[in-house]
Design a protein around this ligand. Structure first.
Ligand SMILES: Cc1ncc(COP(=O)(O)O)c(C=O)c1O
Length: 291
């Protein structure tokens, strides 16, 4: 889907991605003991960088690691990667692992040196078809762990859940728990019903999505009332519109859920306005400092 750009960052050095090496004893490899961020870049400018770095710090605190770099230092790494790769529209991937050690002990020893890895990838232009026709989604029981607010690289459950969508020829798997919506396997889910935009409240059961906050802010600007509250499965299934929000694609409309049309089976009128507002917001930020 997207192509990694040639120069990456590893532990303080920029080097060709092809030459980057980490130890197989790194705890990210053995235990998934790591956190990460994915930051969209439009016209060479990281989008909502402050919010992404704030969430990275939050994820690190969640796994009991101090931030290895300040926000200014991360911003410099991002700028360096974008400059070296000549990146325009792209996304940045940042990963912090607890580091390599020799004992493979579940509880980590003190004093490990974290592994810091970052690379940039091309962001393919958003296919007009996705916006004009929408995407399909299937539903599944949310089988993930109890700390989904931590953006951990331990993504096996998400990976298996996403595969259910692919197997069904769909774009995303929308997850349900105890009869209510949580989120998508890699997206925040918003629902429009009777002129109100709803998304489940943040908490340990979902990732605090950065795009979700943009959607909420833009909804307020557009005069679309929004509520951060539980979304029962019945409301999801009766929705006028369903949207997926995520960093690499912004906001996409879901027009089929489990094979049935959502609303009129076409992207809804609020989606058209949200999509336009999102693009306008990106243009509005162009040329302003990323941090
Ligand atoms: C499980 C999950 N929820 C929500 C999101 C959306 O978060 P963001 O808008 O910050 O990309 C993601 C993004 O990867 C995700 O993996």
């Amino acid at each position: 889907m997207s192509r990694p750009l040639p120069i990456c960052y590893l532990n303080g050095t920029c080097l060709p991605l092809e030459q980057a090496r980490v130890s197989p004893l790194d705890r990210a490899f053995l235990f998934g003991d790591a956190v990460y961020e994915v930051i969209p870049v439009y016209g060479g400018r990281p989008f909502r960088l402050r919010e992404h770095l704030h969430r990275l710090d939050r994820s690190l605190a969640g796994i009991r690691m101090p931030p290895p770099l300040s926000h200014g230092e991360w911003a410099a790494v991002c700028a360096d990667l974008l400059a070296r790769n000549g990146a325009g529209d792209a996304y940045l991937y940042l990963q912090v692992t607890r580091g390599a050690e020799h004992g493979r002990s579940h509880s980590w020893p003190d004093g490990l040196r974290p592994t810091l890895f970052a690379y940039a990838s091309e962001l393919e232009p958003l296919a007009g078809k996705l916006v004009e026709e929408g995407v399909s989604a299937v539903t599944a029981e949310d089988t993930r762990w109890a700390r989904r607010d931590i953006k951990s690289t331990a993504l096996l459950a998400n990976v298996l859940l996403k595969r259910l969508a692919v197997d069904a020829g769909a774009f995303e798997t929308i997850l349900l728990e105890d009869g209510a919506l949580t989120e998508g396997s890699s997206t925040t889910v918003h629902v429009v019903k009777d002129g109100i935009l709803r998304t489940p409240p943040n908490g340990r059961h979902i990732l605090p999505g950065t795009t979700r906050d943009v959607v909420t802010e833009l909804a307020a600007r557009m005069g679309l009332p929004s509520a951060s509250e539980a979304v029962p499965e019945a409301l999801l299934r009766e929705a006028d519109e369903i949207w997926l929000a995520f960093s690499t694609r912004g906001v996409l409309p879901v027009t089929r859920l489990d094979g049935r049309p959502v609303g009129g089976g076409r992207p809804g009128p609020w989606y058209a306005r949200m999509h336009a507002a999102f693009l306008a917001y990106i243009r509005e930020l162009a040329g302003t400092p990323a941090l």
